[in-house]
Ligand binder design. Structure first.
Ligand SMILES: Nc1ncnc2c1ncn2[C@@H]1O[C@H](COP(=O)(O)OP(=O)(O)O)[C@@H](O)[C@H]1O
Ligand SMILES: [Mg+2]
Length: 381
């Protein structure tokens, strides 16, 4: 949508994030109603813009109207070409992970946000491919019953095939004849393995909390397989349910895709409370999460302002990489492959290469903390 020519005062001027995360009582009396409290509110509350004046078709000039039929029509004037001003694209930073980065193994990242449509699956698919293109062995685990990551790698699972569903099920009904690796399959992308999802997972989110130590099912499974991979990426469902709790209990760090749009902040408070509670009760080594701005459109003012607001509020927790709006990301998923192989020159491919680079580099800083100290503190509590 084109920006309005008359710049209006920004809706972000009073720092909406502070307002949202702070106490509602602290909001000034006459401030507009907090926009996050009612998800059913229509997106625009403002008075509708005046309808554009409908231009009546101009009456034909008399000489044209009266022109005889046989008269040769003059050539229509060529449409004036509007010069497209493309914003300059900064050059891609070349990056090749050196040997040093390959010494670490079994790093588990969950891609999480209970909001649907913010780019979790797109991130899980393409981050795993971008890491694999650097030569890392990657395991992608799809724990969303919609199985979009699975389909995004062109994998279709028949109902009788074994999937991540069996990870959870077999912890209840143990089958001694299987190995944990039975469930993992190779994808068409070198170095990417997949633990596919199935639609049967939907019912499990309600079922598993009945079993003992249900929070640790995925973690226990990963303990057996994760060291065969450098990175494990878990694509979470759009909910804070028992499957998500399993993912966070098994993870070292999270990537939180956040759409650069006003309404995307809704639910972030619950997400951070869940993360804190898991850090306190189940997984003291879980980091605080890295926020990834997604679906960013440079031309839209709301996106630019939201990005600024997110960076001001969450500071270091926000990744430098931004995922721009790019239709190739949609196309490639429909073709059942990551954009990195579908069209390596696409903006989306470039953005996910940048994310992979940042994750690899951050990983280095993040995990050099003395984990034992954190663990000791946890046990003493
Ligand atoms: N950067 C992007 N540009 C354009 N479309 C995108 C982008 N990221 C995601 N999409 C599309 O938006 C929809 C939702 O994305 P998805 O990754 O499935 O979100 P989630 O897993 O959080 O529900 C999908 O159709 C996807 O192809
Ligand atoms: Mg998804």
């Amino acid at each position: 949508m084109p920006d309005t020519p008359e710049p209006k005062p920004s809706i972000f001027e009073n720092d909406i994030l502070k307002k949202f995360f702070g106490s509602p009582a602290s909001a000034p009396k006459n401030s507009p109603a907090p926009m996050f409290t009612n998800p059913n509110l229509p997106r625009t509350q403002a008075t509708p813009a005046p309808a554009p004046a409908i231009s009546q078709p101009a009456a034909p000039p008399p000489e044209v109207a009266a022109a005889p039929v046989a008269r040769k029509r003059s050539k229509p004037a060529k449409k004036e070409k509007i010069a497209k001003v493309r914003p300059p694209v900064e050059p891609e930073i070349p990056f090749v992970a050196d040997e040093h980065f390959f010494q670490r193994r079994g790093r588990v990242f969950s891609v999480i946000n209970q909001k649907g449509g913010c780019g979790k699956t797109t991130t899980a698919i393409n981050l795993s491919a971008a890491l694999a293109q650097q030569g890392f062995e990657v395991l992608l685990i799809d724990i969303d019953a919609q199985a979009n990551s699975t389909l995004g790698y062109g994998v279709r699972v028949a109902p009788e095939e074994r999937t991540v569903y069996h990870v959870f099920r077999e912890s209840i009904f143990v089958d001694q004849n299987r190995t944990p690796f039975d469930l993992i399959r190779k994808t068409a992308v070198p170095h990417v393995s997949l633990l596919p999802s199935s639609k049967f997972l939907a019912g499990l989110a309600v079922e598993i909390p009945a079993s003992k130590d249900w929070e640790y099912i995925l973690r226990n499974y990963l303990a057996a397989v994760k060291d065969s991979f450098h990175y494990v990426i878990i694509d979470c469902p759009p909910a804070l349910n028992a499957l998500t709790v399993n993912a966070l209990t098994a993870s070292d760090e999270m990537i939180i895709p956040l759409q650069t749009h006003y309404f995307s902040i809704e639910g972030m408070k619950e997400l951070f409370l869940t993360i804190r509670s898991i850090q306190e009760k189940l997984n003291p080594l879980l980091k605080n999460g890295l926020i990834l701005p997604t679906l960013f459109d440079k031309r839209a003012r709301v996106n630019r302002e939201m990005l600024e607001s997110i960076r001001n509020y969450f500071k270091d927790q926000v990744l430098e990489s931004i995922i721009h709006m790019n239709v190739k990301l949609v196309e490639s998923a429909m073709h059942g492959e990551p954009v990195l192989t579908y069209d390596p020159t696409a903006r989306g491919a470039r953005d996910y290469r940048s994310l992979a680079r940042e994750v690899i580099l951050k990983d280095d800083q993040l995990f050099n903390v003395k984990a034992e100290n954190v663990l000791a503190k946890f046990i003493l509590q």
